[in-house]
Ligand binder design. Structure first.
Ligand SMILES: Cc1cc2nc3c(=O)[nH]c(=O)nc-3n(C[C@H](O)[C@H](O)[C@H](O)COP(=O)(O)OP(=O)(O)OC[C@H]3O[C@@H](n4cnc5c(N)ncnc54)[C@H](O)[C@@H]3O)c2cc1C
Length: 496
């Protein structure tokens, strides 16, 4: 008799299928209340302060492609957006890089996808500093952000990975051997010398310091990667051209040029070679996976907000535009359009929240990701301690760096790392595809109103397309899901 058969290996376990349920037990009890407060604050900020600037900034970029959105950055600085995810004892607001950041990003993007692009460069830089686990540099960067947030040109950082001949191939450690890298660092007395060019670096022309990732040996990049902080004005470093891109114009996409640029020892955040022991061999891979896990989930949340922005505009206009004597909202076909857009938002939100739960599970021993408990975040003793020179030196010491790396590495299991990889890629792909689909639906639905700059949808359409490209193209992220999820349960399958 015929019957259905199953391969043992193809059964995914409970954690794989229900990551949000598996994460619930790990929640700090006050977290929902803290997330709600931070979200209410975000909603007020974007609707009251950001919204009036959105269309006029975009127009200024159309009229002058070299325009830099300092006004938006000042707004972000004045309203504490640059210190949002820095712990309270380091002078920040202490919202977690996890769940708070994700729901706040959705809220920001629902009003301006491009504002998230501007903040995204800075956020990516911060994520790289956090995940390099170099507390000495983290302390210095956090200080500068807090000190200069009210300046005419607030202090922000960026993160430079992409090169003219290597984009997708430097997004994944596994692809490094195939990458045609042109950047290389060399050891030198007192630090390292950098050479090469980075391109499409978000916030490059706004940043004061740049977090740069390049190998010491191009032919053995996966084992010799380094992460460096390069300040404006360093001899051998210069800014090149600013890309003229179709959307997300508020955030510059910049070329960074390194021509025998000497980086002092204290600005080397991480050099794999410094930690030759076997236990640290995979450290860089883990750091990059951690950064990508956070940033891809963040792009999922940002994309969800963008999908919602298109829906919000369509709904707003549907209540005002008349068709055959009745407003659109009262037409059945219009209601079906709007419902489809709403479903897309809910699917995208489900994907990034699930990914966020997996992150919390994967990084449950890392408070920067899951959120510091209040007693730690608001601790006056820690605040005092972080201001003492001897403590800073201690934090920046090689020994301390090694201890922290060891702690983090031992906190993340291979299974959790794989789940973070697949779920964050999934959040990114679903979110950005839904954002594009909602823009398509909104323009179809609204007729001429959808094409006019002053109604907002046309701008969201141009902004949304970019979401499918960065943090790994959606094609690459699809392959990533196969490699880190499906392939684990298909013995012997060949993956890239
Ligand atoms: C607005 C914006 C902001 C950005 N900000 C930053 C930033 O702050 N920092 C930074 O470092 N970079 C940044 N980037 C660069 C971004 O990460 C790259 O554009 C992205 O990784 C894709 O690389 P690429 O453009 O070189 O395309 P390519 O890698 O040349 O890819 C071209 C095509 O080939 C496909 N492809 C390539 N390799 C593979 C493969 N192995 N398997 C399957 N398909 C493949 C891709 O999916 C794509 O369709 C930004 C890009 C944009 C658009």
């Amino acid at each position: 008799m015929s019957q259905l058969n199953f391969d043992q290996d193809e059964r995914f376990d409970f954690d794989d299928n229900f990551p949000s349920l598996a994460a619930l037990a790990k929640y700090e009890p006050t977290i929902v209340e803290r997330v709600r407060k931070s979200w209410e604050d975000e909603r007020h900020f974007v609707r009251e302060h950001l919204a009036p600037l959105v269309l006029s900034e975009d127009l200024q970029h159309a009229q002058n492609p070299d325009h830099i959105s300092w006004e938006m950055l000042r707004l972000a600085g004045r309203h504490g957006r640059l210190v949002q995810y820095i712990p309270g004892f380091m002078g920040g607001k202490g919202n977690s890089l996890g769940i708070s950041m994700m729901v706040n990003l959705e809220e920001q993007a629902s009003v301006d996808c491009a504002f998230c692009g501007m903040m995204g460069g800075h956020g990516l830089g911060l994520a790289a500093v956090f995940m390099s686990l170099n507390l000495g540099v983290l302390r210095r960067v956090a200080d500068r952000i807090a000190e200069h947030q009210n300046d005419e040109k607030p202090y922000v950082i960026d993160c430079a990975i992409t090169e003219p001949t290597a984009g997708t191939d430097v997004e994944e450690v596994e692809l490094y051997p195939k990458a045609r890298l042109m950047c290389q660092a060399k050891h030198a007395s007192g630090g390292a010398v950098l050479n090469g060019r980075k391109v499409f670096i978000s916030t490059g022309h706004m940043a004061t310091d740049h977090i740069v990732i390049m190998p010491f040996d191009q032919k053995n990049a996966e084992n010799t990667m380094g992460c460096f902080l390069v300040s404006n004005g360093t001899p051998g470093f210069s800014l090149g051209r600013m890309e003229r891109k179709m959307g997300q114009r508020a955030g510059s996409a910049s070329e960074l040029i390194f021509d025998n640029c000497l980086v002092p020892e204290e600005n080397i955040l991480l050099a794999q070679e410094q930690f030759p022991e076997e236990k640290f061999k995979q450290q860089f891979k883990l750091v990059l996976h951690g950064v990508l896990g956070i940033t891809r989930t963040a792009v999922g949340a940002w994309s969800t907000g963008t999908a919602r922005g298109a829906f919000d505009r369509a709904l707003y206009l549907a209540k005002r535009i008349k068709y055959k004597g009745r407003t659109l909202i009262h037409q059945q076909w219009a209601q079906a359009f709007l419902t489809n857009m709403h479903i897309n938002v809910m699917m995208a939100r489900g994907a990034y929240l699930n990914s966020q739960f997996v992150l919390m599970r994967g990084f449950e021993r890392i408070p920067l990701v899951i959120g510091f408990p209040s007693w730690m975040n608001d601790s006056a003793i820690l605040y005092w301690l972080f201001r003492q020179n001897w403590y800073r030196k201690f934090l920046g010491s090689r020994w301390m760096h090694g201890q922290i790396m060891d702690y983090v590495r031992s906190s993340i299991s291979e299974d959790q790392d794989a789940r973070v990889q697949q779920m964050s890629s999934l959040a990114k792909v679903v979110g950005s595809d839904m954002a594009m689909e909602n823009c398509q639906l909104a323009t179809e639905f609204l007729g001429q109103a959808g094409l006019r700059h002053d109604q907002g949808v046309e701008k969201i359409f141009r902004d949304a397309k970019l979401l499918q490209i960065f943090e790994g193209t959606n094609q690459l992220n699809r392959l990533n899901i196969f490699t880190h999820y499906l392939a684990r349960h298909i013995p012997g399958v060949e993956v890239f």
